[in-house]
Design a protein around this ligand. Structure first.
Ligand SMILES: Cc1ncc(COP(=O)(O)O)c(C=O)c1O
Ligand SMILES: N[C@@H](CCCC[NH3+])C(=O)O
Length: 445
């Protein structure tokens, strides 16, 4: 398993993260446990900021909170001076509860409800990224009713296809997100928004996909969206346009097959594309906004499990089951995502067998890793699966009424719980038993 950030093997032959022995974490907090390397997250945020600084362009880094959103995470993002991208009332509520500065929040989503729009208007968020005509009309009406003007960006679908898993490619035409350029709805959306009371068009947005390993797609999107930006100013009088948001999607290394670029390589390419496009168009440079999610938290997360049953089918496969699975990491089942792992308690031992890591859900597809080389495993070993920081906790479920794991942040030898482990009572806490069915129910408290 590749060791990211502060991960290392300590003198006891144990995996250590943030200066804390992960076997001690497993013993103290139980497993499954999500462990986040706080220093690595902060360093990555700073790397994006300094790379943007180096372009000389006005800029903002908005962390895409969908990747991992908790109160403590929002506090770190606020402390590091980033903005925050939210896509639901729940993410917005989390940010506001964490006292995240509302003016640094952008609200995304292809179906914001009237209640969510109200919530965001009442909070005074920085900008809405408007996805469709229904939203434009709704937002305009609700803002006008309140006597406010909401700053908006329009989410465009620039028709750029990137080489990534088809479920996570969002810039192509056949997508539920954004206004299409090819069929003229993007052009119409700009003109409509300039006429809509209650909104002020300040920028254009595109997001071409996720887990992207090259820069061509970003450059292409900048050129296409840049052309429309110029048209909006020159032909339709969009005098407040000043922001170009190029979305997120910067890839990370999950396994040795993955070869992502460094933060500054993506940003340099985007900066160069913005300058050449806007020079060509004879326009002042816009403010550049990026929205990384996965690349800020993905490599910083490691999930610890305890190994339980082992089923060896000689000549076929050895199934090694852990006490979690698709309920805490649905990505292998959803996207055939591949992960690496090691035994945290026997990290220096020779890896002698290839096994398959199974989850505990009642589902044949609940497999975390199909083939991983480990020392000869036994029940009670602690398995560490790396790169689980993004879209794991945030996509976890209670399938089979499995309680969700706790989350700890580790740094400088200290471990802090940032999400408590769910109890079975938490799992049933929202269930209601109508009075007519109460007979025989243990207790409803
Ligand atoms: C609009 C938008 N911004 C940002 C992101 C974050 O993407 P990633 O986590 O790949 O950086 C996404 C998700 O793909 C998105 O849809
Ligand atoms: N949830 C996806 C990424 C979604 C990107 C959000 N637009 C994943 O785990 O890879």
């Amino acid at each position: 398993m590749y060791l990211h950030g502060t991960s290392r093997i300590n003198e006891q032959g144990h995996l250590e993260i943030g200066g804390v022995d992960t076997t001690e974490l497993a013993a103290k907090f139980g497993t499954p446990l999500y462990v986040f390397d706080e220093q690595l997250m902060r360093e990555t945020m700073r790397a994006y900021k300094s790379a943007l600084e180096a372009t000389g362009l006005r800029h903002e880094v908005a962390y895409a909170s969908k990747a991992f959103c908790t109160l403590a995470m929002c506090r770190i993002v606020a402390e590091e001076g980033l903005a925050l991208d939210v896509v639901s009332g729940g993410e917005l509520h989390t940010a506001l509860k964490a006292n995240f500065p509302p003016e640094r929040i952008h609200f995304h989503g292809n179906n914001k409800t009237p209640d969510e729009i109200e919530q965001a208007l009442n909070a005074g968020i920085g900008a809405f990224v408007v996805d469709n005509f229904h939203e434009l009309e709704l937002l305009g009406a609700l803002a006008a009713e309140k006597g406010v003007v909401a700053d908006i960006l329009l989410r465009l679908s620039p028709g750029v296809e990137v080489h990534t898993h088809e479920y996570i490619s969002t810039g192509q035409i056949d997508s539920k997100f954004g206004f299409d350029l090819q069929n003229g709805s993007a052009q119409r959306a700009i003109q409509e928004s300039l006429k809509t009371k209650g909104v002020r068009l300040i920028g254009l947005h595109s997001h071409i996909g996720s887990q992207i390993f090259e820069t061509e797609g970003f450059k292409h999107a900048v050129e296409i969206v840049g052309d429309l930006y110029a048209k909006a100013i020159h032909e339709w009088g969009a005098s407040d346009l000043s922001v170009l948001n190029v979305g997120g999607g910067f890839g990370i290394r999950y396994t040795e097959e993955d070869a992502p670029l460094l933060a500054h390589q993506y940003i340099e390419a985007i900066g160069t594309a913005v300058k050449s496009t806007f020079d060509r168009l004879g326009l002042p440079y816009p403010e550049i906004v990026i929205e990384p999610g996965r690349s800020i938290v993905g490599n910083a997360g490691t999930t610890l499990y305890t190994i339980g049953s082992i089923k060896d089918i000689p000549g076929v496969r050895k199934y090694v089951s852990v006490n979690g699975g698709m309920s805490d990491n649905p990505r292998p089942a959803l996207y055939q995502a591949v992960y690496e792992a090691m035994l945290a308690n026997r990290a220096r031992e020779e890896e002698t067998e290839v096994v398959s890591i199974a989850g505990k859900a009642c589902e044949s597809g609940d497999m975390l890793i199909w083939d991983v080389k480990l020392p000869s495993v036994k029940a009670g070993d602690v398995l560490a699966v790396s790169c689980t920081g993004a879209y794991n906790y945030s996509m976890a479920s209670n399938y089979n009424r499995i309680a969700r794991p706790a989350v700890v942040f580790v740094q400088n030898g200290q471990a802090d719980v940032v999400v408590k482990r769910e109890s079975f009572d938490d799992v049933v806490s929202l269930d209601v038993v109508p009075a007519r069915l109460l007979d025989g129910v243990l207790s409803q408290s």
